[in-house]
Structures are given as structure tokens and as C-alpha cells.
Design a protein around this ligand. Sequence first.
Ligand SMILES: [Zn+2]
Length: 313
Amino acid sequence: MTDVSNLASVQLQPRKINCAMHGDFEAKAIQFPTFGNRTNKIIWASCPQCNRLTAEREADEKRAKEEQARQRRIEERLNRASIPKRFRNRSFETYIADTEAKQKALNTAREFAENFVEHASWGSTLIFAGDVGTGKGHLAAFAAQYVMGLGYSAFFATAREVVLMLRESWHNQNAPSEIEVLRMLTSVSLLVIDEVGVQFNTDAERDQLFGVIDGRYRDLMPTILTTNLSRKKLQQAIGERSYSRLREDGIWRQRAAAIGAIAHTKRPDLDNIVKAIKDGANGVAWKDDSQVVDVHASKQYGTPRVEVEITIC
Ligand SMILES: [Zn+2]
């Protein structure tokens, strides 16, 4: 048996070592036992901050490589690039924000893309709702390209393409199977579904869409939806379950909402706010709030305030 007693007998005191970047640190020694004619080997620990930075960099590189490999596999399988040609080689810089709405949309998309590491950690959902011509699809595509540049995988498809991919999986044996399509749509780091309208017109299709949205919701995977539909119409189009999933995520929603990108669906209830205003205006705007004959009210995120416009009829 090897006698370990004299190995343990060498007491090595930690000593100060200087790192050019991080200054002095206390280094402990790692002692390797002597075997045969090899000498006792002692290695002093390297700078803990350098070690941490190296480990982080390696982890980042590994993640980027894995993501790139995943993106390649996905693209090979689908045999198509995920970003439509018309959006390629264009970016946030080339987007012309000539209206306030476009500027807001640009800011939202840009912030989402630039902070994607954060959004990926909490599975943000971004819904671009609004009229045709605000370039929602362009912005969503730029966001997808941007995050791909960060080493993440992204997939961009119109809602119609998603429906077709899923339908094809039922009828065409050469197409990827439904499970493969669903797996791809739920595993890609960022999924953009553009032009969500009334494409999901059967319960089976709405169930499949829910499968995608729910899968991404559970795994905290970010999703961007663009739509020309109103909130209510969107709810009908994609189904109540999908809609409520999209509503449930947290922080990003509020930030997006703060610039008017999404609806305020949290408390307080709108009718309670209206009631408070009506009561408060008793004796000020009217003798009694029974005089109010018509109310148009809406709430949205923003600086907390109420705006009341009274028309006398
Ligand atoms: Zn160091």
C-alpha cells in the first residue's frame, strides 16, 4: 500500500499571488501525490476572477455553438431559410419610422432584440397589434435576425405558413411529421408568427396552435405575434386558451404595454374606475351622476392618470 502519511505531512500555506487584471488574491495549493519516481507536483490555484470569466466565456461559446447547430438542423429539415427574402439584409437602421406609431413599434422591437438574453430568460411574449402598413412584420423579422446574430435560433413564419406546415404534416408523407413541426416550433429560441388572422379556422388547427404557444409558455421561450386584429378578434381567431397563455407572461408585457403595444387587461376593473370618476364629479361636473347618459371608457398602460372628456347634450 502507498504510504500517504508523508504526503499529508507537507503543509502548504496559501500565498498571495498577483493577477495582472484583478490584483492580489490568496492562492491555495493543490498537491498531487508522488507515484513511483514522479516527483510531488504542486499547482497553485489561479485567479478566481479569471477562472470565473473563462468559465463564463466558455459557457457562452458553447451555448452559441449549440444554438447555431440547432438552427442549422432546423433549417436543413425545413429546407428553407427562416427569414423571408424580402426582409434579409435589412435591419432596424433601414426601417423608416415616419410616424409616432412606427417609432413606438421600432423602439419596442429594438428593445426586445437588444435585451433578448433577458427576454429569453423569462419567456417574453410580444404582440404587435395594429393597422396594416406599420411594418410590424418587418420589425419582427429584424428582431429575429438580430437575435440570430447573437447566436440564438429563430424562426419566422406567417400564420398561414404555420397552418400549411401543420396541414402538410397530415397529408404529405415526405413532409416533416406533425411532431417534428411542433417540436421545431416549440424549441426554436425565438418564434415569430406574422400576420395572425383568421387562418386557424378549425378546432384542430386552433388546438395545434395552442400546443405551440403552450409549449413555449411552459418552457419560457419568447414569441412574437403580429396581427391586424383587435384584441377581441385575436382572441376569437386563435382561441381562448392560446390567448390567455399569451396574456399570462409578466414583465415584458408591462414594458411593451407602457408604450401602447398591448392592452391593459389587469386590475383595476374599468367599471370601478368609471364609478370613482362619476362619484368624484358629483357636484363638480354635474349635480348627480344620474345625469350621465353615455359613457365611453378605455384603460391603457402609461403614466397613472385619468383623462375625462365631458360632452353636454
Ligand atoms: Zn485575474
